[in-house]
Design a protein around this ligand. Structure first.
Ligand code: ZN
Length: 318
């Protein structure tokens, strides 16, 4: 590890940002380039990410934090209907949310009327109050559990605390909808990456904003993961028809990339179960673990990331 030692790193909870900062230091140039490639639907390019039009009234914000700019860190997006505009994710900094809100206004003529958080992690939630101003007060949607975790783990204060406290509770047990007028967004409660995850889904065109239940080309952070639940959620949100999967981190995913992600999680599961049965420690097993080259490049630069995944499995298996 480079600038932060391992103990400090392991001590950090609730953030994918620190994790990504590490990955950045060791990511192969080719992988960085793939991540920051010029996408076909590019409408804005910023030092911290690309805003890509993916369908009429739908844009994906693909963050590129490996360049060192942590304004947004996580991916997110915009879904616009006749009567309202939904902004997805609160991002890492208020400047990130303010920027996306400004893009909403430029692209759709209105500030977000709704904001949705997929889970509590700071790189998805810390900038939330950037959507609020003296004149603008979008409805913030988050599960009660996510709201609780934001307050407990991220410890917001001032406007950040006020904003999350005003969040409207997403139904935690059944899918609900946000009707934007001509675009009905399905809000589906799930879990596995954290205790409470939410996906934002459109049926036509078929687009799923996956939050951190999907990482594309980057090994996921298992810091809060419950692997059996994660796998169940990952399988449940997969669609049989052609679908665009917007990951929480990494470039846009199509069915082939989503399947590759499922296969990658399967490799981790198999190896963790085998090592657990053999009585190998999670640290030793992780140190020996590699992903098959047939699964392509996965940004991962320290075995400690594997170790977290193995430890998450061991917690369930013990
Ligand atoms: Zn996360």
């Amino acid at each position: 590890m480079t600038s932060i030692n391992r103990r400090e790193f392991l001590g950090q909870s609730g953030s994918c940002a620190a994790y990504l900062a590490f990955a950045a230091s060791a990511m192969p140039l080719a992988a960085r380039r793939a991540w920051a490639r010029t996408p076909s639907g590019l409408v804005r390019r910023e030092p911290f990410g690309n805003l890509e039009k993916v369908a009429d009234g739908v844009w994906a914000m693909i963050s590129t934090p490996l360049n060192g700019d942590s304004t947004t860190v996580s991916n997110g997006g915009i879904i616009a209907g006749r009567n309202g505009v939904l902004a997805i994710e609160g991002f890492n900094k208020t400047a990130g949310a303010q920027w996306l809100a400004g893009q909403c206004r430029e692209l759709t003529g209105r500030w977000p009327t709704h904001v949705a958080l997929t889970h509590y992690h700071s790189d998805h939630a810390n900038g939330l109050s950037g959507y609020v101003s003296d004149t603008e007060h979008p409805i913030v949607h988050a599960t009660a559990r996510t709201r609780e975790l934001v307050i407990e783990k991220n410890k917001p204060s001032g406007a950040a605390l006020t904003t999350i406290n005003k969040a409207v509770g997403i139904n935690p047990t059944a899918p609900s909808t946000i009707d934007l007028g001509g675009k009905i967004v399905r809000v589906v409660p799930r879990n596995g990456h954290t205790d409470s995850d939410v996906t934002l889904e459109l049926d036509d065109p078929s687009i799923v904003f996956c939050g951190d239940l999907f990482w594309n080309a980057m090994f996921p952070n298992f810091v809060d993961a419950m692997p059996t639940k994660l796998n169940a959620s990952v399988n449940a949100l997969k669609r049989s028809k052609d679908t665009l999967y917007v990951p929480g981190h990494g470039p846009l995913g199509h069915p082939a990339e989503y399947d590759r992600y499922i296969a990658m999680l399967g490799e981790v599961e198999t190896a963790a179960k085998k090592a657990h049965t053999a009585g190998t420690s999670a640290a030793d097993a992780a140190a020996k673990f590699t992903l098959p080259s047939s699964l392509g490049d996965w940004a991962l630069f320290n075995k400690v990331f594997y170790q977290r995944a193995f430890e998450a499995w061991y917690k369930e298996l013990t």
